[in-house]
Design a protein around this ligand. Sequence first.
Ligand SMILES: NC(=O)c1ccc[n+]([C@@H]2O[C@H](COP(=O)([O-])OP(=O)(O)OC[C@H]3O[C@@H](n4cnc5c(N)ncnc54)[C@H](OP(=O)(O)O)[C@@H]3O)[C@@H](O)[C@H]2O)c1
Length: 291
Amino acid sequence: MNNTSHQQYEKARKRIHQKKRFYVHFILFIIGASILFGLTLIKGFNISNSPIYIYILIVIWFVLLLLHFIKAFITTKFFDDEWERIQTQKLLQKHDEKIVKLEKKLQKEGVLPTPTSQKKKGFFAQFKKDQKVTLIAALGTNNELGKDNDLIWHLPKDLKRFKSLTTGHHIIMGRKTFESIGKPLPNRTTVIITRDVNYKFEGCLVANSLEQALDLAKKDETPFIIGGAQIYNQALKTATNLEITYVHHEFEADVFFPKIDLTIWEETARELHKADEKHAYDYSFVSYKRK
Ligand SMILES: NC(=O)c1ccc[n+]([C@@H]2O[C@H](COP(=O)([O-])OP(=O)(O)OC[C@H]3O[C@@H](n4cnc5c(N)ncnc54)[C@H](OP(=O)(O)O)[C@@H]3O)[C@@H](O)[C@H]2O)c1
């Protein structure tokens, strides 16, 4: 089963569970309300003298049932995880756009220096045609990337692949990802992206924008962009290749990879690996290139 079908299967399974819970609730309500109503009809029975509380109880239960119906059939259908993720991404994008505008304004006013890369027209157009700007990431079933500024799985074969692909190359990352790793990785040129113009770390290059980072790596035939979510979101528009590890499991996460649009990306290789004693989940290595 490929990743998309797996996601669809998981969504369908969740929806069925939600609907099932609602139907059980509905049957319980019919039985419960009938019994309660029946009690009010038994002559001489204590409750039948003042049935108003029973009616209030039935109405409250009915309202709860109605709320359950709205949750099962309306809220989760239209405002699901995907909807939340898209809204978060839109917000982040707006936030980034505001910062870019502000940076430009400050550069015009001379408060911030103009990065050399922005002086050139059409920065991305100047990449050598054969340069592969590659995004490399590992994602859960719902595009989960990490939680609390850390990874959420340990897959030694994925780390091995990451090492073999990136060794000898520039690895470009956001400041938060760098701080979660804690040090420059050996045999690679680490480029950290931060808005902090005073940021320094021994053995690393520092850039104040994605464009600057790519400028620093322009002599590398295959620079790798290794995360995290903020940087993937910005770089997906310009990358030429993707190396994705799909971990076939759902995780709790607070950062997500953007949706991979298959009208833009063509899958060129796929390798499925089954879980074993060292790998808790099935996972697939998938390569894409821009169409
Ligand atoms: N599963 C995977 O393959 C994978 C890979 C990498 C990371 N991760 C996970 O992703 C999470 C971290 O991702 P994240 O999105 O929170 O942070 P991130 O993308 O690693 O770093 C964000 C930081 O990058 C800087 N930045 C972003 N856009 C910029 C721009 N346009 N110009 C200048 N600087 C910019 C800012 O640094 P300043 O605040 O210093 O200005 C920002 O706070 C962690 O949980 C990590 O474990 C997962």
